[in-house]
Design a protein around this ligand. Structure first.
Ligand code: XMP
Length: 497
């Protein structure tokens, strides 16, 4: 037997004993399993969630699904700001995808470059108008040649009596404002805003005092970007054609941190070859300073083959996605919890350089992520969870419907297939393996992801894990996971009317 067969035999001895099993092995989803809370000295907000894919570090272990509903440039910028990484989906022409990459790579996290602003000769009535329409309470006042002359803080004004007063009478003038230069590092700005007295905003000025944008303290509470190659960490997905490799070369030269070789069935010669080529390109063109992820797989053989090809990360997940009907219509798939445990098992046999495990599909929020990471995952990829953000491609394109929902559809849904067929590049399957639906809109990512991050830290704390390495150690304890019966699963949700 080869290495993979030996690992299977060790993992499932009952299958390989003479005669084997008549019935199949059981596979569990992330939803029917929970981690067991144990003795813990970890503060509920104390866990370090950072993770690693080959040479690439992430402060928050989340990638956006490479889907046309989810991952355009705005998602890449927003997810980077909170420590994760957006993966630009691969369908557009190379120029479009690379333009998006450039836009995301030049993004200045948290900088509001075009805030609502006013002129000093306008009146408080104009200020009130902005406050009422948009809810903005801090307004830069810009003079001739875009020179900053002051800032209005509405909390300091009683509007009723003074509506006709000129702004200059009420603004805080430039001489009393704290400001920063254009090229000030992000960490300096963050430090000032979070620690300095009377520094709730920082206008940015160029050498000639011209206004270039403004930072707001509230945007920094969850901001934790990891810069990579001195640029925002951004990924692109590619397919298996030669032209896809060409765009990967350009992306690496531009500074992309992650290349995902993206296929619905990744344990096949085309994906393995493309992964190998992409890894070579990372060495040659990015000096080894980027990560290649291959996927998706649903067996340890796929993980092993992609590891042999040099992949820094491998994505398990065929069939579990929220919009996915593959298991139903093709009869193929493995539930996510069991699949991650299997990959973790072979990973431990392979030693320190084995690829990161990046579960993809059915991770819809903090609880799913904690279980996926405890089972052996290093970084998760999510579609449904993130499409709810204002920055998702769907929300940017179609907006929010009257009932407050954002559209979401699978990459193999009829909608996505039709969109691809309208472009000449597409020659492929036409039978859908995905569906369309909708997800409740949650607003800009940074306004809600901080709460989700707290819940994930809470999960780590329940496991007594101060970081991911400790959570993996916990996950390998025999008592770590409990499978809930159907009655137990009913009990997980609220039972109040
Ligand atoms: P979630 O559960 O995060 O899943 O919404 C996102 C992942 O699902 C995969 N995907 C699909 N799988 N048919 C499928 O069988 C589809 O139409 C489809 N679209 C996306 C993909 O791996 C994605 O990251």
């Amino acid at each position: 037997m080869g290495f993979v067969e030996d690992v299977y035999a060790e993992m499932y001895p009952q299958l390989f004993r003479s005669g084997g099993l008549v019935n199949p092995i059981e596979g569990y989803t992330l939803r029917e399993v929970r981690i067991r809370p144990v003795f813990s000295e970890v503060h509920p907000l104390g866990a370090d969630l950072s993770s690693q894919i080959g040479p690439v570090k992430l402060n928050f272990p989340l990638l956006s699904a490479a889907m046309d509903a989810v991952s355009g440039p705005d998602m890449a910028k927003a997810l980077f700001e909170v420590g994760g990484c957006g993966v630009l989906y691969r369908d557009p022409e190379a120029k479009v995808q690379l333009d998006w990459l450039e836009e995301a790579l030049t993004h200045k996290p948290c900088l509001v470059s075009e805030p609502k602003s006013l002129h000093q000769d306008q009146t408080l009535a104009n200020v009130q108008d902005i406050l009422e329409k948009f809810g903005f309470s801090t307004i830069p006042i810009i003079g001739r040649n875009r020179v900053l002359v002051g800032v209005i803080f509405t909390s300091e004004i009683s509007f009723k009596k003074h509506l006709s007063d000129p702004i200059k009478k009420w603004m805080k003038p430039r001489s009393q404002l704290k400001v920063e230069k254009v090229d000030t590092p992000f960490e300096t700005i963050k430090n000032r805003l979070l620690n300095e007295q009377e520094c709730s905003v920082l206008p940015i000025l160029d050498g000639k005092n011209r206004f270039q944008g403004i930072y707001f303290m509230k945007d920094f509470f969850v901001a934790d970007p990891t810069f990579y190659n001195d640029k925002p960490l951004v990924g692109i997905a590619i397919g298996t054609e030669k032209s896809d490799l060409e765009r990967a070369y350009q992306a690496l030269e531009m500074g992309a941190g992650i290349i995902v070789v993206d296929s619905s069935h990744g344990n096949c010669p085309d994906v393995i070859r493309q992964t190998e080529e992409a890894v070579k390109a990372v060495v040659e063109r990015a000096n080894g300073r980027a990560a290649v992820i291959g996927g998706n797989v649903a067996d340890i053989d796929g993980y092993y083959r992609l590891a042999q090809a040099g992949a820094h990360g491998v994505k398990p997940g065929i069939g579990p996605g929220s919009i996915c009907t593959t298991s139903q219509v093709t009869g193929a798939g493995v539930p996510m919890f069991t699949l991650i445990r299997e990959l973790d098992f072979i990973r431990q046999k392979m030693g320190a350089n084995a690829p990161a495990i990046i579960p993809d599909g059915s991770i819809e929020g903090p609880g799913d992520m904690v279980i996926a990471l405890a089972a052996g995952g290093d970084v998760c990829m999510a579609g449904k969870w993130l499409v709810a953000a204002s920055e998702s491609f769907s929300c940017r394109t179609y907006g929010v419907d009257n009932e407050g929902f954002v559209q979401y559809w699978g990459m193999a849904s009829s909608k996505a297939i039709k969109a691809r067929m309208s472009r000449s590049r597409y020659q492929g399957k036409t039978a859908p393996e995905g569906v369309e639906g909708r997800v409740r809109h949650r607003g800009p990512l940074r306004t809600w992801i901080g709460g989700d991050i707290e819940l994930i830290q809470g999960g780590f704390a329940h496991a007594g894990a101060a970081n991911l390495a400790a959570l993996h150690e916990f996950g390998n304890r025999p008592i770590a996971f409990v499978r809930f019966t159907q009655a137990g699963q009913q009990q997980i949700g609220t039972r109040l009317d």
